[in-house]
Design a protein around this ligand. Sequence first.
Ligand SMILES: C[S@@+](CC[C@H](N)C(=O)[O-])C[C@H]1O[C@@H](n2cnc3c(N)ncnc32)[C@H](O)[C@@H]1O
Length: 434
Amino acid sequence: MSQQPRYPSPSLAVEGKVQEFYNRYPYPRPVDDLEEYRRHWQNQQRRRADYHLFWPTRPYREGQSILIAGCGTSQAAKHAVRWPAAQVTGVDISATSVRCTADLKRRYNIHNLQVYQLPIERIKDLGMSFDQIVCTGVLHHLADPDAGLSALRSVLNPDGAMHLMVYAPYGRAGIYMLQEFCRRAGIPATDEGIQELIDALSWLPPGHPLENLLREAPDFRNRAALADALLHPQDRAYSVPQLFDFIEKAELTFGRWVKQAPYSPCCGVLANIPQACRMKHLSLPEQYAAAELFRGTMLRHSMVVYRSDNPDGQLVNFDGVAWLGYVPVRMPDTVCVLERLPPGAVAVLINRTHTYKDLFMPINSTEKCLLDAINGNRCIGDISERMFSSSATNSQHEMVRNFFERLGQHDQIVFDASQRYKIRTGMNEMGQIA
Ligand SMILES: C[S@@+](CC[C@H](N)C(=O)[O-])C[C@H]1O[C@@H](n2cnc3c(N)ncnc32)[C@H](O)[C@@H]1O
């Protein structure tokens, strides 16, 4: 007779089940080649955009300490390759994931990476603290996500930034239905169970809420991903309001979404609905909650958060005059399309990493000139001056402000806001001609 492991508490029992699950089905699928990834991140502009997404108001640097919490098979090794001057620490509860990471470290001679088999809940045992903590796809699998997030918060440096990704409920409705089906039908998380599930899914009736995901999510084509989604022993999701409660309880503050356009009433289909104007008057968390409900198919939320006692914060804003000193940095994977344009547009800007196809941004000829003047060094004030000399009218000034704010909302640029703007003679404190 096989002996069931005994756990002293229900939450340790969950932790044990999750650990067993990932030992058997490590996620993501182990990789054995990091060369393409290394090449991809050799581009300094790409790294700079990534850096300022987390720290718009801090000057660029590369030597940060990074924790990858729940690193899976390759995420910590990838970050160490991406940031060769950083010190990267990976922890994971699964021995298989730690072994895969250690293999990559050996094979690619990655000197700036340490990896430990350790649950997030005991992260303090390392006796370290970090500038950046990346925890994606993990907290929603914990028996007590609040305890996990608080543990991470306790090792985040005061001006540090966290990248969190957790599941979102509405887009995953079909997944939760199938998880419940598997429990009721007694489909186990074993190789036979996965095969049984694949056979059953080939009969899924048209119109089932899982249908689109099966068709569109490339992840679902491999067994580990299918098991991770449908046979997971512990999985919960957070709606936007639940997410804001979650981070506030851990004494963290929301910074931004990693991709913010899908949540904005200024972008895509949401900008066209009759309620768009009213939505813009709601508080930001309420706007995001409404966007999640209207879009209906979000699968996950990926965000940047800070310690709530971080005195400076890392928010960029377009009040006052400071924005004139922001240096726009183009986001990687953005393209400027010049064909098949809507009326009045000379180009359409697309971020290819957006999964929603309605998030494109049409621009006119003046805006195209402003866009072309972005070179990663010029601040908005200088770009505006090149275009309108030093005497932009107040309406030109407003147009420039709106345009760069919209570029940010559409995930076309991030801002390096680390330098102060010197107000020119003749400008008031709003940057307008006095
Ligand atoms: C879905 S995978 C995500 C991996 C990685 N973060 C990524 O985005 O590619 C979840 C990972 O979290 C790990 N994990 C789950 N519970 C954990 C815990 N309490 N402490 C540390 N790691 C945990 C699992 O072993 C697994 O490797």
